[in-house]
Design a protein around this ligand. Structure first.
Ligand code: ADP
Length: 364
């Protein structure tokens, strides 16, 4: 009896009304659309989460203000054209006074009967608002931990030169008092000055670090900011036998210029320092269809150890010896770019040197 009942259910699985019932009962939003992105079907979970319009792209763009994800029209068309699955985590969505954090997965939809031809796409929507809040709290706790670590590192970094300065001043004093030697005090005071210079260097960069959070912004064209940074750094490049090849021929749009100049100078300075025997830095610029500028700085230096690709962005991480580095440059760059809603990545070039890429969402 029981078995016969199961068979009946299995047969019903083929039924399209059964499939529709399953779709409606799912706790995640499911929207299917054709190749022209016209919505064919949306289950009730989808309608409860978002404001479903006629077109899939319009549905997403209407509720998502964050530009960092790119152009939804293009993204949805890409999924349909390439068959690649795309996943977006913690997408801010707001409609009808609701602010949600969604996980959006886009999958291709194939023709029935086992065909491999793409007929459109399916959008899966999951409400991760609660999870995102927990993640935010975790991030806050982590930030506090980082701040604590940073404070102790700052104290340590400043303590080192202070120790030396005290020692050399005491030595100088003692030598002057005993009036034994007139050249030694001068030498000791020179060392002490060196220590003070090191402290000034650290403090200046730390101040820039904090200034990167509040500096006023004015609109400047991106290529002008790059050009200014190149001009500023050119004497240092010439002295190090480094050629800077700026290939940003396009006129790039205007953007807020709070500290972008500083970011570009930092990357150029690092590139030059990575080529002690001279070389070349090539700067290229591009703007994607979703209005994100990418500016690449490629050098022909020694590159970095692959296992350090994340560590180099941490404050006080430096491989430069002899007090040449503070390890604050890239941390400052990352901080500034995050403020813009952008990011910075580092990779070793396939042949030689490294590539640092700045991604910057542009205004409409
Ligand atoms: P600093 O320049 O004071 O060391 P940064 O934060 O600017 O501090 O850089 C951190 C580290 O990242 C450097 O010490 C170096 O090891 C690595 N790095 C940065 N830029 C480059 C580059 N263009 N090529 C190779 N390594 C680099």
């Amino acid at each position: 009896m029981e078995e016969r009942h199961l068979t009946t259910v299995a047969i019903n699985l083929q039924d399209s009304t059964f499939a529709a019932a399953v779709l409606q009962s799912l706790p995640i939003g499911v929207i299917s659309y054709n190749k022209e992105l016209k919505i064919l079907n949306a289950n009730s979970a989808a309608s409860a989460l978002i404001d479903v319009r006629e077109q899939a792209d319009v549905t997403l763009s209407a509720g998502i203000n964050e530009k960092i994800w790119g152009d939804w029209h293009q993204i949805l068309l890409n999924v349909v054209a390439t068959g690649k699955i795309c996943k977006f985590d913690n997408v801010g969505y707001s409609a009808n006074g609701n602010n949600l954090s969604l996980q959006i997965t886009l999958v291709p939809m194939y023709n029935g009967n086992g065909g491999r031809q793409i007929a459109g796409g399916i959008m899966l929507l999951e409400n991760v608002t609660g999870i995102a809040t927990i993640a935010k709290q975790q991030a806050h706790t982590e930030r506090l931990a980082v701040l604590g670590k940073l404070a102790s590192k700052v104290a340590h970094e400043l303590n080192n030169p202070i120790d030396g300065i005290m020692r050399y001043i005491n030595l100088a004093k003692r030598t002057i008092i005993s009036d034994r030697d007139h050249t030694k005090p001068l030498e000791y005071l020179e060392y002490a000055t060196g220590g003070l210079k090191r402290m000034v260097q650290i403090i200046t960069e730390l101040l820039e670090f904090s200034r990167s959070r509040h500096s006023p912004s004015e609109d400047t064209s991106l290529d002008k900011i790059i050009e200014d940074a190149v001009k500023f750094i050119e004497p240092k490049a010439r002295a190090a036998a480094v050629e800077i090849d700026r290939q940003c021929h396009k006129t790039l749009p205007k953007t807020k210029n709070s500290n972008l100049f500083q970011v570009f100078c930092n990357l150029l300075k690092n590139a030059i320092e990575a080529m002690p025997d001279g070389g070349k830095v090539t700067i290229t610029c591009d703007i994607s269809s979703d209005n994100i500028a990418s500016i690449k700085f490629r050098d022909t230096g020694q590159g970095f150890e692959p296992q350090n690709s994340e560590a180099i962005f941490e404050p006080f991480f430096t491989t430069k010896t002899g007090g040449k580095g503070t390890g604050l440059g890239l941390a400052i760059c990352r901080d500034i770019l995050e403020k813009y809603g952008g990011k910075i990545t580092a990779e070793n070039a396939p042949d030689k040197g490294s590539i640092f890429t700045v991604y910057l969402p542009l205004k409409e």
